[in-house]
Design a protein around this ligand. Structure first.
Ligand code: SAH
Length: 251
């Protein structure tokens, strides 16, 4: 059975373009993902096919009017939950991506202009989702962020099942540094341990550097997982990494 994602937008081409390439495009062809993009304008009833109107109470910009949004959604009866993309929504993160991926599908409604009429938020959608504390001109880019993040957590979408398990945030840590050929580039060498072929040593080095990088860049993630264990402190020290700052002690 395929995982279904419906997107409602006044720019279907924008969403289709990105949802047709790479991982999502391939999964759609393979039948693992069923992405359906709906044009909100087709549900507009006036001659200009307008989806916006001036805000009651005055002020700059336009607001998306409820009728085409309700009609478009009701005509399709899309998989729930249906989220409205909004800077005022619940902050999207990897945990939410995993939660959504463990269901059978969900839907997204993309705002434009100054946003959507509040009755859409209250009576049509199941919640609002934000991709972070930034303001975009429309929900399409945000919907694509959510779609990509969820899709790669859906079983069967990534060919290598292990690749999501080891990634950033999967165990509350950032990913370790990655290297590929050549072993020496402009005089900068790849850490010797990665060339050793010793899988145990490689795994310990990766774990140590994953911890160190998280301590240095995202202490909030370390705090959220309840700090470091004694074993983790020892692992860091054994790799010349400072458990307090994550920095290399040798440099
Ligand atoms: N006036 C609104 C911003 C509207 S931006 C405000 O001040 O909150 C227009 C549309 O872009 C929104 O309706 C929403 O769908 C989308 N959008 C903008 N920033 C977003 C974000 N951080 N996350 C998700 N969607 C966003």
């Amino acid at each position: 059975m395929s995982f279904r994602i419906d997107v409602f937008t006044i720019f279907p081409d924008l969403v289709e373009a990105m949802a047709s390439a790479s991982v999502i495009g391939r999964s759609r062809s393979a039948g693992t993902l069923d992405v359906r993009v709906h044009d909100l304008r087709t549900a507009a009833t006036d001659r200009r096919r307008s989806t916006d109107d001036a805000p009651f109470g005055g002020g700059a910009g336009m607001v998306m009017t409820p009728q085409p949004l309700f009609d478009a959604v009701e005509a399709v009866d899309p998989p729930r939950p249906l989220f409205c993309l909004s800077p005022a929504g619940r902050r999207f993160d990897q945990a939410m991506a995993g939660e959504l991926a463990s269901s059978t599908g969900f839907s997204m409604l993309c705002g434009r202009y100054e946003g959507v009429d509040e009755r859409v938020c209250e009576h049509l959608v199941d919640g609002e989702v934000s991709i972070g504390d930034v303001v975009l001109s429309g929900g399409e880019a945000a919907a694509l962020v959510v779609m990509e993040a969820v899709a790669r957590c859906v079983p069967g979408v990534l060919s290598n099942e292990a690749s999501t398990a080891e990634e950033s945030f999967s165990d509350g840590l950032l990913e370790y540094p990655q290297y590929t050929r050549p072993a020496s580039f402009r005089g900068w060498s790849v850490p010797e341990v990665l060339l050793s072929g010793d899988h145990g040593r490689v795994a310990r080095w990766r774990r140590a550097h994953s911890l160190a990088r998280t301590i240095e860049r995202r202490p909030d993630l370390i705090e959220a997982r309840g700090g470091l264990s004694d074993e983790e402190r020892e692992l860091l020290a054994a790799h010349g990494l400072d458990p307090a700052t994550g920095e290399s002690r040798s440099s």
